[in-house]
Design a binder for this molecule. Structure first.
Ligand code: CO
Length: 134
């Protein structure tokens, strides 16, 4: 079921500063800041040879990453995203095995314009897992 690692998402307080670390210090290919009001975050995508890093900065009053940054004031890894070929088939298989899908359980269109779901961190070794239909 599980496919390629699509991205690792890192929550940050200052996306311009974080972006500079990847661009100037690490020499990575870094996108412009993209505000995503539907998701309550601003994003920067960093393209690496084998995967992507996604920087997330809170946007708006009730950003889904605000609490995470309260607990992790220096920022930190927020979630990892794995690709699946068929997101609904993957969801049904995971539910059958007792995993919890966050929200309504219906895939939403994620930051890359593809259907995504999030899985409960308590079922995956303390890591929030995003599934994205490849
Ligand atoms: Co993501």
């Amino acid at each position: 079921m599980i496919g390629r690692l699509n991205h690792v998402a890192i929550a940050v307080r200052d996306i311009a500063k974080a972006s500079d670390i990847y661009k100037k210090t690490l020499g990575a290919e870094v996108s412009a800041v993209v505000p995503q009001p539907d998701h309550g975050v601003s994003t920067v995508f960093i393209t690496l040879p084998n995967t992507k890093i996604e920087l997330l900065e809170p946007l708006g009053a009730d950003s889904p990453i605000a609490k995470f940054l309260d607990r992790n004031p220096d920022g930190g890894i927020h979630h990892i995203c794995y690709e699946v070929a068929d997101i609904k088939a993957a969801r049904d298989q995971l539910l059958k095995q007792g995993a919890r899908v966050l929200g309504s359980g219906e895939p939403k269109i994620g930051a890359h314009g593809k259907p995504v779901l999030f899985l409960h961190p308590k079922d995956f070794n303390g890591t929030l897992v995003e599934l994205e239909q490849a």
